[in-house]
Design a protein around this ligand. Structure first.
Ligand code: SAM
Length: 248
């Protein structure tokens, strides 16, 4: 299973994900009675937005993290009758019944290195004609943060556990997984934080979580502080990959 997340701290942060979620929801046309998969739903912020747009519909909320899904259940207490909460790895056969009418995803796909397996797994659960509307980190994402990490770690630096895909490779992978009407674009979208505690908490919880997993506890805070100190400004240089496609 992929890594665990600190879901409580995640939800306490000033997340640029709120804007990405709103923007992605606005790109998904819905009648209101569909069954929609929220792929990498996390703590359920956009699952809730989807429920509001689906008064007669349902959401299948899939994530690999137990803690993210626990937080989602708390957030959506009282509305869970229309949510199927599923703990699963999105690159593996998805353990729920039937097909969905659409797939929605925010800030999750770049945490998955095998996009061919991801798109194949999603396609196998989408009815023909179903829409995929997603966004994630794309080619060029967090180059400045990664340079700061490399500077801190020196020879010990390894690429992070991400796939920041480009437009052409994403188009090719979607087409290979039987998607049509494919639209993919990159959008630079830097996020600014307060210097000090705020940017460090964001880096530790969201961007560098996987780096910290493999580090002794006493080295974590100094590492994050050193990375933040090397950034010219308290800015995470995000580049978003926006995807729209139809299951052929
Ligand atoms: C940055 S969070 C985004 C969560 C939510 N969509 C949001 O916008 O706040 C990334 C999420 O992707 C999930 N994730 C990463 N790899 C996954 C995989 N292979 N299968 C399922 N979920 C995965 C993580 O557990 C995490 O909840």
């Amino acid at each position: 299973m992929p890594r665990e997340w600190d879901a409580t701290t995640y939800d306490s942060l000033p997340l640029p994900h709120l804007g990405w979620g709103r923007r992605t929801l606005a790109r998904l046309p819905l009648r209101g009675d569909e069954r929609v998969l929220d792929a990498g739903c996390g703590t359920g912020r956009d699952t809730e937005g989807l429920l509001d747009l689906l008064p007669q519909g349902r959401v299948v909320a899939v994530d690999a993290s137990v803690r993210m899904l626990d937080q989602l259940r708390s957030r959506l207490a009282g509305r869970l009758d229309r949510v199927e909460v599923v703990r699963a790895d999105l690159t593996r056969p998805l353990p729920f019944e039937g097909e969905v009418d659409a797939v929605f995803s925010v800030a999750a796909f770049h945490w998955i290195e095998d996009h061919a397996a991801l798109f194949g797994s999603l396609a196998s659960r989408m009815r023909p004609g179903a829409r995929l509307v997603a966004e994630c980190g794309g080619r060029g994402n967090i180059v400045a943060v990664d340079a700061a990490v490399a500077d801190v770690l020196g020879a010990g630096h390894r690429p992070g556990p991400w796939e920041f895909a480009g437009v052409e490779d994403t188009r090719a992978r979607l087409a290979a997984a039987s998607f049509t009407d494919i639209e993919v674009r990159l959008r630079p979208d830097p996020a600014r934080f307060e210097p000090g505690e705020q940017v460090e908490a964001f880096l530790a919880t969201v961007v560098l979580g996987a780096h910290l997993d493999g580090m002794p506890a006493e080295d974590r805070a100094p590492f994050v502080r050193a990375v933040a100190a090397r950034l010219a400004e308290p800015v995470v240089d995000y580049v978003r990959l926006e995807i729209t496609a139809t299951r052929g």
